[in-house]
Design a protein around this ligand. Sequence first.
Ligand SMILES: Nc1ncnc2c1ncn2[C@@H]1O[C@H](COP(=O)(O)OP(=O)(O)OP(=O)(O)O)[C@@H](O)[C@H]1O
Length: 324
Amino acid sequence: MTTTIDAAGDAMTASPAGGPAIVTRGLTKRFRGGQIAVDHLDLTVPRGAVFGFLGPNGSGKTTTIRMLLGLVTPTSGSSSILGAASPVQALTRVGALVEGPAFYPYLSGAANLRRFDAADPSADPRTVGRRVAEALDRVGLAAAAKKRYRAYSLGMRQRLAIAATLLGPRELLVLDEPTNGLDPQGTREVRNLIKDVAAGGTTVFVSSHLLAEVEQMCTHIGVMSTGRLVAEGTLTELRSASVPRIRVETPDSSLAAAALTAFGLTNIIPAPGEVSAELGDALPERVTAALVREGIAVRGLQVVHPTLEDVFVHLTGEGFDVEA
Ligand SMILES: Nc1ncnc2c1ncn2[C@@H]1O[C@H](COP(=O)(O)OP(=O)(O)OP(=O)(O)O)[C@@H](O)[C@H]1O
């Protein structure tokens, strides 16, 4: 049985039924011209998770999603969604938003969804009215069902795009950058919608380059950097991977560095007027006492806990956009 952490940080038990929602093994895509977009990706997305697929632009998120859905052929490796032998066999159980569907500006939200549904050969035309009404209700657009698409705000447009993925019962929702281009209000709407969908038992796999956004709605995170997965785990696991550091302000930084080394601290970085080191399990008061014993002038001392962003920047060597 796998244990996952819900969006609020509480422990919950994910259903083990049917195995993971997504598994990739050695998944690789090299485009013509030699560009490697995804490099031996081993990913496991547990059922019931809201999995944030985080990475800077160009790190391979969209290419991975396209391979998962059978829209791009991998160069090597394999992937499986919902335990199916091929993406086609799982597609009726998966809602996907990769490139926003082309909606007609002069049609209402409801009429657009009906047209969208008509293009799906697996959808039953006899139940379309009920399913469209339910999908609009789920995304909070029931009152705007008859409004023309062109009058929708950006947030409403994105919610309609998500409604299009919810026209049938879905076990898995795959959303590529669903908040791209949205203002803070629209972003909040989409984030809350994703949480609601997940609360109903649907696994959600959502890509983003926004760390804060992923932190607010996801139970699990996978971090991509130049086509490689550099970190994967629950939010709690990834947070606990961050090791606190001690920062000593002193005019004797080289002497202090030597004293910290002698004390057994590692990863020591001396700088003018200060020195810092990984604290690990050491007690800061003991470190202070050791420095004073060595006659080092300590002007200030601070224990610094790296944020999740610090951890990821360290892993990827790149900054993340932290604005939600
Ligand atoms: N059809 C293609 N042909 C050649 N190179 C491609 C193609 N599609 C993507 N790439 C390259 O593969 C790399 C990964 O792109 P991808 O779109 O998967 O990244 P991403 O993380 O989704 O980024 P973004 O958020 O900017 O879409 C990039 O360097 C991109 O230029």
